[in-house]
Design a binder for this molecule. Structure first.
Ligand code: NDP
Length: 356
C-alpha cells in the first residue's frame, strides 16, 4: 500500500469515528496563514463572510523564517518577514477574521457542507474551504541528517545562521534559495561552501553574481552530500563528486538544506487533483479546484512563482471565488457579490460545476 493511500484511509477512518452532530459551521474556512491565507481572510472578512482561519503548524508561513523581504511592493526600504506577517494578521483581524491555532488533520470534501477535523479532535463543517497550506522545505533523506536536525542541520539559515559564528558551514542546492541562504550565512560563518550536484547553478543571474562575488563563499561543483558526521552535533559531512566518484570529508559545523519545497497538501489529496509532486491543480485564471466550493491559493497550488506577492494575489482570488460561489447558490453568509465582480459574466467555476 502506498503512503498516500494509507494516509487517505487513516483520514477517512478518523472522520468515521467522529460525531459531527452540533459541530460548529462556517461559510468559509481558511486553512493556513501565510500571505495567501491571510489575504483570503482579509477579503472574505470584508465581504462579511465571517471566515474562520486555522493557522496550522507554521503560523505566518515561510516568511516567518525570513529576515529581510525586499521584494514585497509597498515597502521601499524592505520589511522583516515576521513584521510583514504580523501586519497581515492585524489587517485580517481588524475586519473580523477569526484566527485560530489548530491544524486540519482530516477532511471529507465529498459534498458541502464539507467536514473537517481540527487537531484530530474537534469537528467543524464549512460551505466553502480555502486551502492555503503552503509548502515545506525538502531534506536529502539521509539518516544522520534527520538525527542531527536542530543540532547543526537546518533548512532555514535565517532562523539558525546566528548559531554558527566564525565556523565553516555548507549549503546544499543551486537555486535562488541556496544563494540567499549562503549570502545570509556570510554574516556569521567564517566560510560558506555551496554544494551543488551539477556544474551550473539554477539561481537567477543577479543572485548568482552576488553569491559568487562574495569572498566567503565557495561553490563545490558536481557534488552531493552522502553522510552527515558527528554524534551530538554536526562535525562534518561526507561528500561525493558525481563525475569522478571521489569522496571527501568537509569539516563544517552547520549543514543548510536549500533544495526546494514540498506542498503541504497531503490531507487533501484524497479529494483533489494534484500534480505528481502534490501541488493542487486549479482551473487557469481561477482558484477553483476539481471540487466545487473548494479553492486553493498560494504555494499549495503554485510550483512556478512561489512569491509572497503572488501568494497574496491568489489569496484575494480565492476569497472572491468563494464569495461568488456562495452568492450564486444563495448560501447563508453570502449577501452580495464582492466589489468589482460582474454577476452577468460566467464565473470561473461554472465549467467545474458542469464537469462535476
Ligand atoms: P529550486 O527548485 O529553484 O532549486 C532547488 C535546487 O536544489 C536546485 O539547484 C536543485 O538542483 C537542487 N536540488 C534539488 N533536489 C536536490 C537533491 N536531492 N540533492 C541535491 N540538490 C538538489 O528551489 P529554490 O527554493 O531555490 O527556489 C524556489 C523558487 O523560489 C524559485 O522560483 C526561486 O526563483 C524563488 N526564490 C526567489 C528568491 C528571490 O528572488 N530573492 C529567493 C528564494 C527563492 P538542480 O538545479 O540540479 O535541479
Amino acid at each position: 500500500m502506498s503512503d498516500e493511500s494509507r494516509s487517505a484511509e487513516t483520514s477517512a477512518a478518523r472522520l468515521d469515528s467522529i460525531s459531527f452532530m452540533g459541530a460548529e459551521h462556517h461559510p468559509v474556512v481558511i486553512v493556513g496563514t501565510g500571505p495567501a491565507g491571510l489575504t483570503a481572510a482579509l477579503y472574505s472578512a470584508r465581504a462579511r463572510l465571517a471566515p474562520v482561519v486555522y493557522r496550522g503548524p507554521q503560523p505566518g508561513g515561510q516568511l516567518l523564517t525570513t529576515t529581510d523581504v525586499e521584494n514585497y511592493p509597498g515597502f521601499p526600504e524592505g520589511v522583516l518577514g515576521p513584521d510583514l506577517m504580523m501586519k497581515f494578521e492585524e489587517q485580517a483581524s481588524r475586519f473580523g477574521a477569526d484566527l485560530r491555532y489548530g491544524t486540519i488533520t482530516a477532511v471529507d470534501l465529498s459534498t458541502p457542507p464539507f467536514r473537517l477535523l481540527v487537531d484530530d479532535v474537534t469537528p467543524i463543517t464549512a460551505d466553502t474551504v480555502i486551502i492555503s497550506t503552503g509548502a515545506s522545505a525538502r531534506y536529502l533523506g539521509l539518516e544522520n541528517e534527520q538525527r542531527l536536525l536542530g543540532h547543526g542541520v537546518s533548512a532555514c539559515a535565517t532562523c539558525d545562521g546566528a548559531f554558527f559564528p566564525d565556523v565553516e558551514v555548507a549549503v546544499v542546492g543551486g537555486g535562488d534559495t541556496a544563494m540567499e541562504e549562503a549570502l545570509f550565512l556570510t554574516r556569521f560563518a567564517s566560510r560558506v561552501h555551496i554544494i551543488h550536484r551539477r556544474d551550473e547553478l539554477r539561481a537567477s543571474r543577479i543572485m548568482q553574481d552576488r553569491a559568487l562575488s562574495n569572498d566567503k563563499i565557495e561553490v563545490i561543483w558536481d557534488t552531493v552530500v552522502v553522510d552527515v558526521l558527528g554524534e551530538a552535533e554536526v562535525e562534518g559531512i561526507r561528500i561525493r563528486n558525481v563525475k569522478s566518484g571521489d569522496t571527501a570529508e568537509l569539516a563544517v559545523r552547520g549543514l543548510f538544506l536549500a533544495i526546494g519545497h514540498n506542498p503541504n497538501t497531503e490531507v487533501f489529496r484524497e479529494w483533489l487533483d494534484t500534480d505528481e509532486i502534490g501541488y493542487i491543480r486549479t482551473r487557469p485564471g481561477s482558484t477553483a479546484t476539481n471540487v466545487p466550493g473548494v479553492f486553493a491559493c498560494g504555494d499549495a497550488q503554485d510550483s512556478v512563482y512561489r512569491q509572497a506577492v503572488t501568494a497574496a494575489g491568489t489569496g484575494c482570488m480565492a476569497a472572491i471565488d468563494a464569495e461568488r460561489w456562495l452568492a450564486e447558490r444563495e448560501m447563508p453568509g453570502a449577501t452580495a457579490l464582492p466589489a468589482g465582480a460582474d454577476a452577468s459574466r460566467p464565473s470561473a467555476f461554472d465549467a467545474v460545476d458542469q464537469a462535476g
